[in-house]
Design a protein around this ligand. Structure first.
Ligand SMILES: Nc1ncnc2c1ncn2[C@@H]1O[C@H](COP(=O)(O)OP(=O)(O)OP(=O)(O)O)[C@@H](O)[C@H]1O
Length: 361
């Protein structure tokens, strides 16, 4: 495997006695789209600002292309940051803002105009090219800021909530534009977002942070299917999480007794101990629903509490006899076939290979 483009080694960032980032170990590969997410205040922006050179780590090493960057100033790096407050020039037009970096590099007038207009078009704001920046909406400014960074074709682009001012439809369009450009140009994107759908739709790998630490790094699929710990399982939101103790083992799986019933799940070596506590997760889209009692190890009768519709998908919220909440995600058309009503009793079931015991609590 090639050397990572960026390495964080044992990086810490303190603000006075407050620890914003602790013991960070992270590799970012050239050409990768990495999203960093986590709840408010977990250290996402601080991590990005250290990469941009706007904050120096308190200890540890950040390297880009093998070179130690801890004390290298922002303007001496090829790592522009697109962030919420934008820092666009107020007296210039959208096009002049986009041209600015090219002008500093001595690109000819004709060439920089051509390139600026091309990037404004790509961001779907070509029609506003000659408008003063102060007359544009928040979402339009955000796209000027993206064009201004992308026109420089940097090796790496740092983005802090770059689509936060856009409406839902435009977010989806711009996500598609950004992922396509990122792959076409081979730029490494490090993208901070609150939005799980954004991170999971766009990124090759996602970093989930909690209280200044990395809770898990993996592909969106890995994080959905095999969360490393309870924090990630809960953060991802659509998991069913059950806890109990291991009552028996076989070569592939463990049987766990919980207050809701006894279930069978796959388990890492560390959890394969009879008598030990164990928590397992089942993703809501891997749970089946039926009126007839199913066969198989993992089944439970639940009462339907409510339904939540998002597009053509629906999430059912149900409760077992012991009061545990279950979630099931399915296509709306499958729900119509089931003809469910509030307070209906219904069977949930899932395959053993879709239930994973967490490695750590
Ligand atoms: N300059 C600073 N001085 C003191 N504390 C700071 C400073 N910058 C950040 N912090 C603190 O460090 C923690 C992490 O902040 P950071 O901005 O990295 O969080 P975040 O995950 O990006 O949050 P959000 O999603 O709300 O933007 C927060 O508790 C914040 O208050």
């Amino acid at each position: 495997m090639t050397e990572p483009l960026v390495t964080f080694r044992n990086v810490k960032k303190h603000f006075g006695s407050f620890v914003a980032v602790r013991d960070m170990e992270l590799d970012i590969h050239a050409g990768e789209f990495l999203a960093i997410m986590g709840s408010s205040g977990c250290g996402k922006t601080t991590t990005l600002r250290m990469l941009a050179g706007l904050e120096a780590p308190t200890s540890g090493e950040i390297r880009i292309g093998g070179e130690l960057m801890n004390e290298v100033k922002p303007h001496e790096r090829d790592t522009p940051l697109v962030w919420q407050s934008l820092a666009l020039f107020p007296f210039l037009s959208a096009r002049e803002n986009v041209e600015f970096g090219l002008k500093m590099r001595g690109v000819s007038k004709e060439e920089r105009k051509r390139r600026a207009l091309e990037w404004l078009d790509r961001m779907e704001i070509g029609e506003f090219a000659e408008r003063n920046i102060t007359t544009l909406s928040g979402g339009q400014k955000q796209r000027v800021a993206l064009a201004r960074s992308l026109v420089m074709e940097p090796k790496m682009l740092l983005l802090d909530e770059p689509l936060s001012a856009l409406d839902a439809n435009l977010v989806i369009r711009m996500q598609a534009v950004l992922t396509r450009l990122q792959k076409e140009l081979g730029i490494t994107f490090v993208y901070v977002t609150h939005s799980q759908s954004e991170a999971f739709a766009m990124a090759d790998r996602v970093v989930i942070m909690s209280q200044g630490e990395i809770a898990q790094v993996g592909s969106p699929k890995d994080i959905y299917r095999a969360p490393a710990n309870r924090f990630v399982a809960e953060f991802v939101g659509r998991n069913n999480i059950l806890s109990g103790s291991v009552v028996s083992l076989d070569s592939e799986a463990v049987t766990i007794s919980t207050p809701s019933g006894t279930f069978v799940a796959t388990a890492p070596e560390t959890a394969r101990i009879v008598g030990s506590d164990a928590t397992f997760v089942v993703s809501a889209d891997l749970v089946s629903v039926s009126r007839e009692e199913p066969t198989g190890e993992n089944r439970i009768l639940c009462t339907l509490i409510s339904e939540e519709f998002v597009g053509s998908m629906v999430t059912l919220f149900l409760e077992s006899a012991d009061g545990h909440e279950f979630k099931v995600q399915m296509q709306e058309r499958d729900l119509i076939e089931l003809d469910l009503h509030g307070d209906d009793q219904i069977w949930l079931s899932w395959a053993v290979q879709n239930a994973h015991v967490l490695d750590r609590e």
